[in-house]
Design a protein around this ligand. Structure first.
Ligand code: GN1
Length: 461
C-alpha cells in the first residue's frame, strides 16, 4: 500500500493539495482505491504538467501561416500519378518485407516468399477505458481466426485534466478526472509496455500504424510499405487530396523546412484556400492518420525524442465535484486536456515521404454519430459497400437489385444514394484482387455476401 504522507507531500509540493479535500469523508475502501490511483501519478512531473497546461491554454499557439510550404514533389508518391509497373513493383517489394518478417520468426531466416503465408503481428494501443472491451471483443470473436499470441494489446497513459488556473480536476470526491494522453502517447506506451523489445524479438523491421476510425484502411498495405522501403524512408504518411479547403483534416507539409502535420485549426482560411497555377490547392495533402515507421526510427524516438514531443491543448467540458462535493456537468469548457499527436515525430525523421492514395478506396472516417451530416456510421458503411460494388463490377459481374433489375454502376461518392448491399469478406479479397476468376460474366442478386463458403460454392459451379 502506498504511503499516504508521501502522496500528500507530493501533492502539496505540486500545488495540488485540494485533491485531498474530501479525504475525511471517504470510507476506508474508497481511500485505498484513491491512494492507489494517486500513487500512480507522476507526482514529480505534476507541477509542470498543471502549470504548463494553464499556460498553454492561456496563450494561443503561434500562427504557422508564414512558415509553411508544401512537401516537395520528389518526396511524394501517388497511386493516381504512378504507372502500373511502379505500383506493382512497390507491392511486390512490400510483400517480400512482410513475408520476410514472418519467415524470420518461424525459421530463423531464409525466406521463401513464394510459398509462405504472411503472418502479421498486430499491436493495439487502447486507453484504460477500452482495453477490457477490446480484449473481450477479440476473445468473443475467436480472434477472427488469428493466432492470439500474434496480437499484443497495451494501454496508453492517462493524465489529469486541469482547470484554467492549473488545478487538477476532481471527478468525484475520491477520483481524479483523467484523460488519455493523445494518439502521440503511443511512444511512451511503447516504452512503458516494452513493446519495442517485443517487436525486436519477433524480427519486426517495419510498422504500419493507423488510427481506428477509418473503415477503408488497408492494413499492412504492401504498396505503401514497398514504396516507403524503396525510398529508404524511416517515416512516411499516407495522404488524400483534400476535398475542400476547410475540410477538417491535418495537412502534411513543411514548417520552417521540417516535415510535419499542421492541423486544420492551426492555419488561417486564406492559407488553406491558396491555389496553384492549375487551380489545385497548394496545401492539399490531407493527413489520414496512416503512417509507416521503421522499428529503428521508433527506437530512436523512444530513446531520444519522446520527451520533446509537443503538447497540444484541448479545451473540454469535464464533469467535476464542486467545493461542496456536488457533482456538476458543465455546459461550457472548464478543463484542459493535454494531448500528444502521433504525427509529431515526423520532424525527427531523416527521410520522410508522403504517399497519396485514392480517397474513395482508402479513407472514410468515422467521427460523428448518425444524424450528423458527414463521417458517421452510415457514410462509413456506404463507403465500404460502394467499394465492394465497384470491385464486383470491375471483375466483370452485373449486380441486380432485389427486384432483379440491373443496378447502375456504383457512384464514386458514398454520399449519394445508398449503394447495393454487396460485401466481400476480407478473407476472400484484400483489395479487389482475385475476383475476376470467380465473378466474371455472372449476374448477381443483391444482397450479396461473398465469404469463404460462397466462394467455394462459386468455384464448384
Ligand atoms: C491529432 C490527430 O490525430 N489529428 C488527425 C485526426 O483528426 P481528429 O479530428 O482529431 O480525429 O484524424 C484526421 C483524419 O481523420 C487527421 O486529418 C487529423 O490530422
Amino acid at each position: 500500500m502506498p504511503c499516504f504522507e508521501q502522496v500528500k507531500q507530493g501533492l502539496e509540493s505540486a500545488g495540488q493539495a485540494h485533491v485531498l479535500q474530501f479525504w475525511p469523508e471517504l470510507c476506508e475502501e474508497e481511500r485505498d482505491v484513491f491512494l492507489e490511483e494517486l500513487a500512480q501519478l507522476d507526482l514529480k512531473g505534476l507541477k509542470d504538467h498543471c502549470e504548463g497546461a494553464a499556460k498553454a491554454a492561456a496563450s494561443p499557439p503561434d500562427s504557422l501561416d508564414h512558415h509553411i510550404e508544401p512537401i516537395p514533389p520528389e518526396f511524394i508518391g501517388s497511386v493516381k500519378k504512378s504507372g502500373r509497373d511502379s505500383l506493382e513493383e512497390w507491392e511486390r517489394r512490400g510483400k517480400i518485407h512482410i513475408w520476410c518478417t514472418s519467415n524470420a520468426l518461424r525459421h530463423g531466416g531464409g525466406a521463401n516468399v513464394q510459398t509462405l503465408p504472411s503472418v502479421l503481428f498486430r499491436y493495439i494501443m487502447t486507453s484504460e477505458f477500452t482495453l477490457a472491451p477490446t480484449e473481450t471483443f477479440f476473445k468473443e470473436n475467436n480472434y477472427f481466426g488469428l493466432e492470439p499470441t500474434n496480437i499484443v494489446m497495451f494501454e496508453q497513459r492517462m493524465i489529469p485534466a486541469v482547470t484554467f488556473d492549473g488545478k487538477v480536476i476532481l471527478k468525484d470526491k475520491g477520483k481524479i478526472a483523467m484523460a488519455p494522453d493523445g494518439n502521440g502517447g503511443l511512444y511512451q506506451a511503447l516504452v512503458d509496455n516494452k513493446v519495442l523489445e517485443d517487436m525486436k524479438k519477433r524480427g519486426v523491421k517495419y510498422l504500419h500504424v493507423y488510427c481506428v476510425d477509418n473503415i477503408l484502411v488497408k492494413m499492412a498495405d504492401p504498396v505503401f510499405i514497398g514504396f516507403c522501403v524503396s525510398k529508404g524512408a524511416d517515416c512516411g504518411a499516407k495522404v488524400v487530396e483534400k476535398a475542400y479547403p476547410t475540410e477538417p483534416v491535418g495537412v502534411v507539409c513543411r514548417v520552417r523546412g521540417v516535415s510535419q502535420v499542421v492541423e486544420y485549426s492551426e492555419v488561417q482560411p486564406q492559407t488553406a484556400e491558396l491555389q496553384g497555377p492549375g487551380g489545385e490547392l497548394v496545401y492539399s495533402a490531407g493527413n489520414i492518420c496512416n503512417h509507416f515507421f521503421t522499428r529503428s526510427f521508433l527506437q530512436d524516438v523512444a530513446e531520444k525524442y519522446k520527451d520533446q514531443l509537443k503538447q497540444h491543448v484541448a479545451l473540454k467540458k469535464v464533469p467535476f465535484v464542486d467545493a461542496h462535493g456536488v457533482q456538476v456537468k458543465p455546459s461550457k469548457s472548464n478543463g484542459i486536456k493535454m494531448e500528444k499527436f502521433v504525427f509529431d515525430v515526423f520532424e525527427f525523421s531523416r527521410n520522410f515521404v508522403a504517399f497519396e492514395v485514392v480517397r474513395e478506396d482508402e479513407f472514410s472516417p468515422l467521427k460523428n454519430a448518425d444524424g450528423s451530416a458527414t463521417d458517421n456510421p452510415t457514410t462509413a458503411r456506404n463507403s465500404l459497400l460502394a467499394q465492394h460494388c465497384r470491385w464486383v463490377t470491375s471483375a466483370g459481374a452485373t449486380l441486380l437489385d432485389k427486384y432483379g433489375n440491373p443496378l447502375p454502376l456504383p457512384s464514386v461518392s458514398a454520399d449519394d444514394s445508398p449503394p447495393a448491399q454487396c460485401e466481400i469478406s476480407p478473407l476472400v479479397s484484400y483489395f479487389g484482387e482475385g475476383l475476376e476468376q470467380l465473378l466474371k460474366g455472372r449476374t448477381i442478386h443483391t444482397p450479396f455476401v461473398l465469404d469463404e463458403k460462397q466462394t467455394k460454392k462459386l468455384q464448384a459451379q
